[in-house]
Design a protein around this ligand. Structure first.
Ligand code: NDP
Ligand code: ZN
Length: 359
């Protein structure tokens, strides 16, 4: 085994990061341990971690009571420091990415078709805020930290020349928007609408344009209109009134309360609406049977991240075509400020934490 660091496969690994102790608490430095490196695991030094709006929903218990202390972060990019004896996909020194999942049963139909996020045995383990059934139900801790131990199957290969700080957000914002565009089989010339123009929305825009679509953004103000046109969108709507364009697909990445029906009305016959934004439970948008019937011939579906195989495909596609997120690098002690900006309309796209700032 080629390890640059010595490790004992029975010893827990010290880690440090930033955690919240309750839903209304601020992020504070936090020391904890990772489970030992198993035979199929790799040990990653985390270099960059993106801040996804899901981190905010989770940290603030907006989707249900969180597990505290909580170290969020599921947009992880780093360097492999050690590998277990059965590992074949990675060598020490390689770059690797970790997204929203760190394990699953691997045997059910969903896992076999690499849709691990739908593991039929309920054994999909989320990167944080989850209990790890493969490790004595210990709580999982995410990427706002200096290292992670993960089964190699759940780590994404990243080439050595990739810009790691831009790679990190691909692990969630990238795959979550790439997946529905593929599922809906986006074709050249189609009209695609992207509702919510933040971390995910901007990735949806870039992928859809690369796929040859005519892309329009729906936002709630004009703050990022110029950014959208620089990315190549055809239209930018800060209000839904008077929109004449009809869409083949609208992807909603909106993280707040909104009216799904007003977007359904903008679909062509046969058009689709993919919902990925997940507002807090108390404000979750609803759609009635009547609204569906009066929008007959249109389809609405939800999309949840993407499987590991598709995540690797997205990574390769993004790097090949140089499709990267718009990022702003911050230090770990600026996480509280970033959360504040992301929830008060003051953020642009993706904040990425530089983990060197933890030292
Ligand atoms: P961001 O905060 O980066 O972006 C959200 C954007 O939506 C912001 O630009 C915001 O605008 C805009 N917005 C907010 N409310 C409205 C509204 N009513 N109408 C139009 N635009 C609006 O969040 P992310 O992109 O990181 O995440 C988006 C959502 O996707 C979250 O709910 C997240 O949990 C979810 N998600 C779902 C996943 C899945 O697998 N389904 C995976 C990952 C994330 P402003 O700048 O004005 O605030
Ligand atoms: Zn995410």
């Amino acid at each position: 085994m080629e390890n640059t660091i010595k490790f004992n496969p029975t010893e827990r690994i010290p880690a440090k990061g930033y955690a919240v102790s309750a839903k209304d608490a601020k992020f504070q430095p936090f020391n904890f341990t990772r489970h030992p490196i198993g035979d199929n695991d790799i040990f990653i030094e985390i270099l960059y971690a993106g801040i996804c709006h899901s981190d905010i929903h989770s940290a603030r218990s907006e989707w249900g009571e969180g597990i505290y202390p909580m170290v969020p972060g599921h947009e992880i990019a780093g360097k492999v420091l050690a590998i277990g004896k059965n590992v074949s996909k990675f060598k020490v020194g390689d770059y690797a990415g970790v997204g929203c999942m760190v394990n699953s049963c691997g045997e059910c139909e969903a896992c076999k078709r690499s849709q691990e996020q739908f593991c039929e045995r309920g054994q999909m383990v989320l990167t944080y805020n989850n209990l790890d059934c493969f490790h004595n139900n210990e709580p999982t801790y995410g990427g706002y930290s200096n290292n992670i131990v993960v089964s190699e199957k759940f780590a994404i290969e990243v080439p050595k020349d990739a810009p790691l700080e831009k790679v990190a957000p691909l692990l969630c914002a990238g795959i979550t928007t790439y997946s529905p565009l593929k599922f809906s089989k986006v074709k050249e010339g189609q009209h695609i609408g992207v509702a919510g123009f933040g971390g995910l929305g901007s990735m949806a825009v870039k992928y859809a344009i690369k796929m040859g679509a005519k892309v329009s953004v729906f936002a709630r103000n004009d703050n990022k209109k110029q950014n959208a046109f620089e990315m190549g969108v055809s239209n930018f709507y800060s209000s839904l009134t008077n929109v004449k364009e009809k869409f083949d697909l609208i992807i909603s990445t909106i993280p707040t309360k909104y009216d799904i029906n007003s977007y359904l009305k903008l679909l062509k016959y046969g058009g689709e609406m993919a919902i990925v934004g997940l507002p807090p439970i108390e404000t979750t948008p609803k759609i009635t049977a009547t609204q569906l019937v009066y929008n007959a011939g249109k389809k609405v579906y939800g999309s949840l991240i993407g499987g590991i195989k598709e995540t690797q495909e997205m990574m390769d596609f993004s790097l090949k075509h140089k499709i990267y997120p718009e990022t702003e690098i911050i230090d770990a002690n600026q996480i509280n400020e970033a959360y504040e900006k992301l929830t008060t309309g003051k953020a642009k796209f993706r904040y990425v934490i530089d983990m060197k700032s933890l030292q």
